[in-house]
Ligand binder design. Structure first.
Ligand SMILES: [Zn+2]
Length: 324
């Protein structure tokens, strides 16, 4: 009897260290891609894309029930690709395809619409998404893909109009704010201040989710200095940070040193684990599947309590789903 009790106690003492933390209740950064969109991005005309059915199967294998699906329609207006004929028609078709896909899983998937915010059709597309039963939930912008230059006042003014309109429509915004690496845009604290002062200030009534902890995947000193601006603003109770969330999508890379992981964990504690969301990114390869992504995230030296907080965080735009 005593032996059995000791064995059980021994197993219980080992379990927390060896078992992975509770799976996230939401994958807050996912993508679906139409076959046409996948052909454009990969250059392979037979590319199947990523359907809702594919994604739901991957979520199931990770034990994740819900996902926020960010349309990649912006890629039809990608700055560093040759222009596509009838671009806006393709943008609409991509957003509509994503809407049709998520509609098949109304209790599991929710979609945000997207477009390049520098294009002449930007505000028209936002207004169209606002009226769509599947796409009115929010907006995804990708400053890198669209080459929004935060040092260029003309670009900032155009994007500000989109933020103001989203604010009016009460559409939350997910933003990949890291500027273009292809075009070697400067990025760091100065650009984060433009974002805080010009863009966040223009959308005070909607939540804003800053993707990849302010970077583009991985973590470097540029991302760290941008994130430092937000951490400082949060410490000072800056009202513009009240509705701001962060996702840590593909921030942890396999080759990261313990020092890098410590640096990221320290920044996460500064911004607060209660603002941090787990995200996987597009399931383009097995390493990017939700199960692998969550395993990678858990390499961060966070406590079990902190991991649990991240796993159970639910941003406002992922509440009030159809009942299971
Ligand atoms: Zn993404």
């Amino acid at each position: 009897m005593r032996f059995v009790l000791c064995t059980i106690l021994l197993i219980l003492s080992i379990l927390p260290a060896t078992q992975s933390a509770q799976a996230p209740v939401i994958d807050s950064h996912q993508h679906l891609v139409s076959p046409a969109g996948a052909a454009l991005v990969t250059g392979n005309p037979n590319s199947p894309g990523i359907s809702a059915r594919d994604l739901v199967a991957l979520l199931d294998s990770a034990g994740i029930w819900r996902a926020l699906v960010l349309s990649m329609a912006y890629t039809w207006g990608k700055a560093s690709r040759a222009p596509v004929e009838n671009e806006y028609e393709h943008v609409k078709a991509e957003n509509d395809w994503v809407a049709q896909q998520v509609a098949q899983y109304p209790d599991r998937l929710r979609a945000f619409c997207s477009f390049n915010p520098l294009k002449s059709y930007a505000l028209e597309e936002l207004a169209r998404c606002k009226k769509d039963p599947q796409l009115h939930y929010g907006l995804k912008l990708h400053f890198g893909n669209s080459d929004v230059d935060l040092d260029n006042p003309n670009d900032v003014a155009k994007v500000k109009k989109v933020f103001e309109a989203a604010n009016r429509y009460r559409m939350p915004i997910v933003v990949h704010m890291r500027t273009s690496i292809d075009n070697q845009r400067k990025y760091g604290a100065d650009q984060a201040r433009v974002f805080l002062n010009q863009l966040l200030a223009a959308a005070p009534r909607v939540p804003v989710q800053i993707a990849h902890l302010g970077g583009a995947g991985g973590y470097n000193s540029e991302t760290d200095s941008a994130l430092g601006v937000f951490a400082e603003a949060i410490t000072k109770h800056d009202v513009r940070m009240k509705n701001v969330w962060f996702d840590a999508t593909v921030v942890v890379r396999p080759n990261m040193s313990p020092e890098d992981l410590q640096r990221i964990a320290a920044r996460i504690r500064q911004i607060g684990v209660e603002r941090l969301l787990y995200g996987s990114d597009a399931a383009a390869s097995p390493l990017a599947y939700p199960k692998a992504g969550w395993a990678a995230f858990q390499r961060l030296p966070l406590t079990p309590d902190e991991l649990r907080t991240v796993a159970t965080n639910v941003p406002p735009y992922m509440r009030d789903f159809a009942r299971r």
